[in-house]
Design a protein. Structure first.
Length: 259
């Protein structure tokens, strides 16, 4: 399966770094992260073409067969210009995700004031990152979210300590209030989750950590481009554009969360 969008291409490359298996089944790719079954976007099916509405039940059955213990359903679809509305009849949300890329970055439009922007250095930094990310619990299951974030932090820390990537935080009086990471994948470097504590939003902190991570990556030997992915209709994409990132491809995500 040919994957042209840098968003999905770098997604899969990072997943493979973390031990995820990617199996080509002909009609789809099966992406499986056995070590973290709650990782929705580490356990999904990647389809080349958009199913017709009449085909959606068979794809949901296929997902269940591949992941019999999963409470979620997740699909990525390469074909963007098609009717994807049929998924909503099965309780799924459909989003158009846009990959943005840049060979150089511009300074954030809002300077971050009274904050320390720096790489993660200590175990406490990683523990604070776990707590920050797990506070955004959309499923109403805080224990499961915390367990998931512990596993994610373990994988991210291994990548940072191996030199494959680096994670940056915004700290106010020692408290981590915003974070992101970036992983080097040959000529591309891919951003990881960007998160700002709700009490510290609209202060330029997300822009500051994204800029710092990107500048670090672009200074690494052989890196030509940084890549990030955003919901096309979400607020973050405006920030990324203001830093000099431009659209470089898109794909569809289909998700049904537990409950």
């Amino acid at each position: 399966m040919r994957i042209d969008t840098p968003g999905l291409a770098t997604d899969l490359a990072i997943l493979e770094l973390e031990g995820t298996t990617i199996t080509d089944q002909g009609t789809c790719l099966v992406i499986r992260t056995a070590s973290n079954p709650r990782y929705y976007w580490g356990n999904f099916l990647l389809l080349e073409r958009a199913p017709a509405a009449s085909e959606i039940p068979s794809w949901l059955d296929r997902f269940e067969a591949e992941f019999p213990h999963a409470a979620h359903r997740a699909f990525a679809i390469l074909e963007v210009d098609a009717d994807h509305s049929g998924w909503k009849d099965y309780g799924c949300t459909v989003e158009l995700d846009t990959a943005l890329a840049a060979e150089r970055l511009t300074a954030p439009p809002i300077p971050a004031m009274d904050v320390e922007i720096r790489p993660f250095r200590t175990g406490d930094d990683w523990e604070q990152s776990v707590l920050l990310l797990s506070s955004d619990d959309e499923d109403g299951n805080p224990e499961a979210r915390l367990a998931f974030e512990v596993l994610r932090a373990r994988a991210e820390r291994q990548q940072a300590e191996s030199g494959q990537g680096k994670w940056f935080g915004a700290f106010v009086d020692g408290q981590l209030v915003a974070r992101t990471g970036i992983v080097v994948l040959g000529p591309r470097a891919r951003y990881r989750v960007v998160m700002t504590h709700p009490d510290f939003r609209r202060r330029g902190l997300a822009g500051a950590v994204v800029h710092a991570a990107g500048e670090w990556a672009l200074a690494q030997p052989g890196v030509e481009q940084v890549v990030i992915v955003a919901d096309t209709d979400g607020p973050a994409i405006t920030l990324y554009r203001s830093l000099g990132l431009r659209e470089a491809g898109s794909h569809i995500t289909v998700e049904r969360r537990p409950g």
